[in-house]
Design a protein around this ligand. Structure first.
Ligand SMILES: NC(=O)c1ccc[n+]([C@@H]2O[C@H](COP(=O)([O-])OP(=O)(O)OC[C@H]3O[C@@H](n4cnc5c(N)ncnc54)[C@H](OP(=O)(O)O)[C@@H]3O)[C@@H](O)[C@H]2O)c1
Length: 331
């Protein structure tokens, strides 16, 4: 263990699709640890659409990356060397480990995790994606028993949890996702209906499966899907804007959804939210999410890629719709 392979930022994909050439491989010597630092062997990396923003010079999510910096990413790894009395060799830790084989961080930047069967769930349903689903749906969408809840990007990390929390909340749930395999999986995990937005017409399918309209729409994708659903919202609907991945690679942004005026006729609300701001309630939310995972009320699926060399291509999978469930990579 003398060198550290890393992927560095080497491009600015603002207004275009992410390219493999936006990243450059590098091999750096490992330097001795300072007091208070630990060395972590990176084992699993998490992939999230907002990571593209790290490379962009201007972005709504991030302040923009710097060419030559190690690409940031949350991940889980094992402590292999420690100069902190609170962390021991063999401990499993979660933190901003980055796209590299070894991360050097201080204990205040790391969360120690139990090494059990829920370990990688901390990068999905027990982590940012589960919490985003939980607070976005329950605090902003405010589903009521008997409501019809629709979620876009439903077969992804956030969307699949949203749909299952809506079922637990006593709602009828519709998901939209791209492709037959995703639609099939959504039905397997309890969605009442699933729409393949790539091959079906969203408006007519909603009329079939939810003739009284959508009470809560949790939107992860924006664009055409959002515009179509706005036509089918019910009176006093809540439209939760969580993300808009359909625009993250576009050069020029489209005008707002043409059907927005239905919000007036339906006396509906559209509200955006960010996960940050709910920190004081994380503990309670994680406890409930863990309970639902243990009881099987939430089914968690991981899409695991392998190998250091495949890290950049794995981030692209999110924008290609190749992932089902939470996108991870094991080094
Ligand atoms: N507000 C917040 O605090 C917050 C926090 C976390 C995440 N988010 C947002 O939540 C959303 C989901 O994130 P995630 O981590 O769970 O990712 P994910 O859903 O697991 O993966 C992304 C999915 O987006 C879909 N997609 C990609 N390009 C698309 C396009 N042009 N049109 C429609 N769908 C497209 C693909 O599914 P299909 O095959 O179904 O198209 C893909 O699998 C993202 O928009 C993200 O930015 C927001």
């Amino acid at each position: 263990m003398t060198t550290n392979r890393q992927w560095l930022i080497d491009g600015n994909p603002r207004g275009r699709a992410l390219l493999l050439s936006d990243f450059m491989e590098s091999d750096e010597p490992l330097t001795p640890l300072n007091d208070g630092e630990v060395r972590i062997k990176v084992e699993v990396l998490s992939f999230e659409p907002s990571q593209k923003g790290q490379l962009e010079v201007i972005s709504g999510y991030s302040s923009g990356g710097t060419n030559g910096a190690v690409m940031g990413a949350r991940g889980i790894g094992e402590v292999v060397e420690s100069k902190d009395s609170g962390l021991h060799v063999g401990d499993k830790v979660l933190g901003a480990l980055g796209w590299q084989e070894f991360a050097t961080l201080s204990s205040s930047e790391l969360q120690v995790l139990p090494d059990d069967e829920m370990l990688t769930a901390h990068l999905g349903p027990l982590g940012a994606q589960g919490l985003t689903a939980y607070f976005g749906l329950l605090r902003i969408g405010k589903p009521e028993v008997g409501d019809t809840v629709m979620v876009s990007g439903a077969a992804g990390a956030v969307g699949s949890v949203v749909g299952q929390i809506a079922k637990i909340s006593g709602c009828r749930v519709i998901g939209s996702a791209g492709g037959e395999e995703k639609v099939k999986w959504l039905k397997e995990i309890g969605f009442d209906a699933a729409i393949d937005y790539k091959s079906e017409k969203i408006k007519s399918r909603i009329t079939e499966v939810a003739p009284k309209g959508i009470n809560v729409f949790f939107d992860n994708v924006g664009g055409q899907v959002l515009n179509d659903v706005l036509v089918r919202i019910a009176s006093h609907a809540r439209v939760v804007i969580c993300g808009a991945i359909s625009r993250y690679e576009q050069e020029s942004l489209p005008a707002g959804p043409a059907n927005y005026f239905n919000v007036v006729f339906r006396q509906a609300k559209i509200e955006g939210f960010l996960l940050r701001g709910y920190e004081s309630d994380y503990e309670e939310a994680i406890e409930r999410l863990r309970g639902w995972l243990e009881s099987g009320e939430i089914i968690h699926r991981e899409d695991i890629q392998h190998g250091f060399e495949n890290i950049p291509a794995t981030l692209k999978r999110l924008f290609e719709g190749a992932n089902i469930g939470k996108q991870l990579l094991k080094l």
